[in-house]
Design a protein around this ligand. Structure first.
Ligand SMILES: NC(=O)c1ccc[n+]([C@@H]2O[C@H](COP(=O)([O-])OP(=O)(O)OC[C@H]3O[C@@H](n4cnc5c(N)ncnc54)[C@H](O)[C@@H]3O)[C@@H](O)[C@H]2O)c1
Ligand SMILES: N[C@H](CO)Cc1c[nH]c[nH+]1
Ligand SMILES: [Zn+2]
Length: 431
């Protein structure tokens, strides 16, 4: 059952949720710093040592060859492959609309200025190797990178016990346009991507979720390379009106609860009867799920319900919580969308379960968690480009505006700056 929270107490709820982010202990930071240092200094030798130590496997080479890739893919279920191909089309279609244009502004006196949008040269995608292996996440990371125009998309993933790659991950990588695959995991993989080794190339940005060692390594290499985010446990907030089907609402809350014992399923509704009906459904449906232990932990620790006076009030509270996923299970969801300002991704109406977005609809499932939707956005094409500005002044323009630049530089006591203008103007005046 979802623990009821008084609507006036939702602020304590939002700080409670924000505090779920993984605490990285100083012990882990020390362990990971040592791994990073070793890989930076010893390259492949250190990668080999740590793969033996943590994955229990002796690896001679990390790179997955074309033959190995095709062999792994030959084990995939054809209907899974067809589903992934259809999902790829939707994800590509959505992300193509995000492509930002370079621009140039042409002014008088030979002035022009503008901004170019340039893809990153190379990115690395970490794909976890434990029980939770998500080929859908390979699509969500690699497709926006490919749409942005990134030339080199490097994927790293831990080898399994036979030193092989998971077939579904292999297929997702090939489908999404990953250019290089290396079977290496943990902090050593992040170090290899950040610093490069004899066989693994360094990249400009590292994306993708992983365990606490991976998260700590990403934090520590940030600055040497860019990173996407440190993703927290999954969150879903369902706003249900009086017509919402309780079975649908419960199923959607459970769909995210099954990710993690720390996942947070939250329900906001305008009728106590609806909350009671959804709680009854949660009980029935959760008992039938294979991951019922995880689901029960998530419901017990983080499952909450709040009774509100109106849908607008539900949305006000949802904005305070800033959930990763927000479902508007209401009539005419479009009329409420503008009120939503803090949510990673919004799922509209009675039939749009969040799973559609996790796999197929086209929107990205790599989303801000722990309240960070207040200031950050889903992974997208923007995450894989940088912007570079340019400016041109003619002789005529410098003649006209140089005096202002000189004055501003002098007020900052930066005569060198002023001088760069003066030497030009004076040289013309002498002639
Ligand atoms: N947010 C998402 O979308 C999403 C998706 C999938 C997985 N996840 C998360 O990713 C994580 C996956 O974790 P995982 O462990 O299964 O796979 P992982 O690939 O993140 O980590 C496995 C690697 O950790 C290293 N390692 C293991 N024990 C170590 C130790 N004692 N010291 C140093 N390194 C060690 C090993 O080298 C191994 O290759 C989970 O926390 C899961 O919740 C999140
Ligand atoms: N809902 C997850 C992000 O919170 C992403 C995912 C992958 N597969 C299924 N779901
Ligand atoms: Zn999910």
């Amino acid at each position: 059952m979802l623990q009821p929270i008084n609507k006036n107490d939702y602020q304590s709820l939002s700080s409670y949720l924000k505090s779920r982010s993984q605490e990285i202990s100083s012990d882990i930071l020390v362990t990971v710093s040592n791994i990073l240092k070793d890989v930076r200094e010893q390259g492949d030798v250190a990668c080999k040592k740590y793969t033996k130590q943590f994955d229990g496997i002796e690896m001679d080479t990390w790179k997955v060859s074309e033959e190995e890739l095709d062999e792994a893919i030959s084990h995939c279920d054809p209907f899974f492959m067809e589903s992934m191909e259809k999902a790829k089309k939707n994800i590509e279609y959505f992300h193509q609309a995000q492509v930002a244009q370079s621009y140039i502004l042409q002014e008088e006196k030979g002035v022009y200025l503008g901004q170019r949008v340039i893809p990153l040269s190379s990115v690395g995608i970490y794909v976890p190797g434990g029980r939770a292996q998500y080929p859908s996440s390979v699509l969500m990371n690699a497709i926006p990178a490919a749409v942005a125009g990134v030339k080199r998309i490097v994927m790293v993933t831990p080898p399994n016990k036979e030193g092989k790659i998971n077939p579904n991950i292999a297929f997702a990588a090939k489908l999404a346009g990953v250019t290089d695959i290396y079977k290496i995991g943990g902090a050593q993989a992040i170090a290899a991507l950040a610093y490069g080794t004899e066989t693994i190339p360094s990249v400009d940005k590292i994306c993708g979720p992983g365990n606490i060692f991976v998260a700590a390594a990403k934090k520590l290499v940030y600055g040497k390379v860019d990173i996407d985010m440190i993703a927290g446990p999954s969150e879903i907030l369902v706003v249900a009106d009086d017509h919402a089907n309780p079975a649908y609402a419960a199923a959607d809350l459970l769909s995210q609860a099954e990710h993690d014992p720390m996942a947070s399923p939250i329900l906001l509704a305008t009728s106590q009867t609806k909350i009671d009906e959804i709680n009854a459904e949660l009980k029935v449906q959760s008992a039938q799920l294979p991951k019922k232990e995880i689901v029960e932990q998530s419901l017990k620790n983080y499952g909450k319900s709040i009774l509100c006076d109106s849908i607008s009030e539900c949305i006000e509270i949802a904005n305070e919580i800033a959930p990763e996923h927000l479902e508007l299970m209401v009539e005419d969801p479009m009329s409420y969308l503008a009120q939503v300002v803090n949510a990673g991704s919004v799922f509209m109406g009675y039939y749009t379960c969040e799973s559609i977005g996790d796999y197929f609809g086209g929107t990205n499932h790599v989303l801000p968690t722990n309240g960070t939707a207040r200031f950050s956005s889903a992974l997208g094409v923007d995450s894989f480009v940088k912007r570079s500005c340019f400016l041109h002044y003619s002789k005529e323009a410098l003649d006209a505006y140089g005096q202002y630049i000189i004055k501003m530089a002098q007020e900052e006591n930066l005569d060198g700056h002023a001088n760069a203008v003066k030497v030009r103007v004076q040289s013309w005046e002498k002639k």
